[in-house]
Design a protein around this ligand. Structure first.
Ligand SMILES: Nc1ncnc2c1ncn2[C@@H]1O[C@H](COP(=O)(O)OP(=O)(O)OP(=O)(O)O)[C@@H](O)[C@H]1O
Ligand SMILES: [Mg+2]
Length: 466
């Protein structure tokens, strides 16, 4: 258990130190002597409880600075628990402070036992409130298991997840890179009857081909050089729970055969083993590539595809989610603003328009990355297109991009949404390549997409490295 954090604000250093000694064993204590320091410490230290003396410099003899400090802290966090430390004679002011949002007050000279009890109560209440807010957050409309979405296509996805979660059939989750496939896999597990059993994820494209089989199925001691001990594979580790096979399209053909047998028979054989082991596991798979192409080219087995695709859950790309784009953008701004002590940041109206129109090739992940970075980098109180490093509508007009013209409806009339999007994608990919001197990894990172996705984009748009 970490100690709860408190902040002591008093201009008298001696009093501050005494209070600190009284509580330092049970609390992490930060201290401040005036309003400016108080605000700074509050931001850094994120205290659950604040002890505030109302007589602060430059007006230690009245309560103006103290009341201003109270107001400033409550603006930063309206659920802050602030205890007023008042002199014997000014009960009236303490009562006024409570009217302004303080939690309680104590009179000087302080009774240490009373102080301890009050602090305990404050921490208890603040923890309760935090838990309550978290619950509310998860349950609020437009949020499903932490996944944001109000658009009807997303509602459809949530409905599917709710329906399949109770079953044990495999689910194939489809969607472009960054659309939230892993989040959906998690949601299916959490809504399932085996939610307290393991959820094991494996990214088939992140593991070297020659290791995938033994990672998944395990091996027996001595089954190959270097197999000095027996190893339990991920499938067995997931027993009773869920196995999530990410980027299933990259599963090598020999392992596809073994996987098919496992799905049909619910049994596995470790590499080098003779024994058949029964394993009961719910299998979820995901891919951002079109498996039908892979099947045509003979890179993916059709029979395995049908086994995995008993239920298909298709995630729409971000650009097709309408108002969800703004909903997500505002939510990320709030979240990263809080994390970085920049709750007052907002989007410039032009930036909001550009966000709504941007094609987001890296989908939600790209949106999230760009907002996270701009919250840290933004100079002013408004996040602009430059902070986000996306073209503004005006930029696009200059370059004659059809994306700049009117609304989406106008666009589809004037030459087609698809062409418009490709034009913008081409521009973004080219820009990223230019800025990174043709370094694919760096350019992909800039757009917030994986390397393979970036290659796919280049292919689709007919862009070469030079
Ligand atoms: N609807 C959403 N609401 C909130 N956050 C989301 C949403 N969708 C995606 N995210 C966030 O975006 C990021 C990417 O999501 P996730 O990893 O699930 O996507 P993915 O489709 O698996 O991507 P990839 O194909 O690149 O593996 C994560 O950080 C996730 O938290
Ligand atoms: Mg993923």
């Amino acid at each position: 258990m970490t100690k709860p954090r408190i902040l002591i604000i008093d201009d008298d250093e001696e009093i501050r130190t005494q209070m600190k000694w009284a509580v330092a064993a049970e609390y992490q204590v930060a201290m401040a002597g005036n309003r400016k320091e108080a605000v700074e410490r509050f931001r850094e230290h994120r205290p659950q409880v604040v002890l505030l003396d109302l007589g602060l410099p430059p007006n230690p003899n009245d309560t103006t600075e103290g009341m201003a400090t109270l107001a400033a802290l409550l603006t930063l966090d309206r659920s802050a628990k602030i205890i007023i430390i008042s002199g014997q004679s000014d009960r009236e002011n303490a009562v006024r402070a409570i009217g302004a949002g303080a939690y309680d007050f104590l009179s000087k000279p302080l009774d240490v036992e009373q102080l301890r009890q009050l602090l305990q109560r404050c921490v208890f209440v603040s923890e309760l409130e935090r838990e309550y807010r978290q619950l509310q957050d998860e349950e609020r409309p437009g949020m499903f298991e932490g996944i944001l979405g109000s658009n009807e296509k997303m509602e459809e996805v949530f409905k599917t997840v709710g329906q399949v979660a109770k079953a044990t059939a495999p689910v194939l989750i489809l969607g472009e890179s960054g659309t939230g496939k892993e989040m959906i896999a998690n949601a299916i597990h959490r809504r399932s009857p085996f939610k307290n059993k393991p959820f094991v994820a494996i990214n088939c494209n992140a593991i070297p081909e020659n290791l995938i089989e033994s990672e998944l199925f395990g091996y027996e001691k001595g089954s190959f050089t270097g197999a000095n001990t027996q190893k339990i594979g991920l499938i067995e580790t997931a027993a009773g729970g869920t196995l999530f096979l990410d980027e299933i399209g990259d599963l090598p053909p020999p392992v596809q055969v073994k996987m098919l047998r496992f799905l049909q028979e619910k049994r596995i054989q470790r590499v080098g083993g003779r024994q058949e082991i029964e394993v009961d596991v719910r299998v979820l798979a995901a891919t951002h590539v079109d498996l039908t192409d892979a099947i045509k080219d003979g890179r993916f087995r059709e029979d395995l595809y049908f086994r995995l695709a008993v239920v298909v859950c298709k995630l729409p790309p971000l650009r097709e989610r309408g108002d969800d784009i703004i909903l997500l953008a505002q939510d990320f701004l709030k979240r990263f603003g809080k994390q970085n002590g920049r709750e007052n940041l907002s989007f410039d109206p032009q930036a909001l328009k550009a966000i709504a129109r941007h094609p987001w090739p890296g989908n939600v992940r790209e949106l999230q990355n760009r907002i996270q970075r701009s919250v840290i980098m933004a100079d002013g109180r408004r996040i602009t297109c430059e902070d986000l490093e996306i073209p503004s509508i005006a930029d696009l007009a200059d370059k004659g991009s059809p994306m700049a013209a009117g609304t989406a409806v106008d666009l589809s009339l004037a030459g087609g949404l698809k062409e418009a999007r490709e034009a913008l994608e081409r521009e973004l990919v080219n820009q990223a390549l230019e800025r990174t001197d043709g370094n694919i990894s760096a350019a992909a990172k800039e757009l917030g997409v994986s390397r393979p996705t970036f290659y796919e984009l280049m292919n689709k748009l007919g862009i070469t490295k030079d």
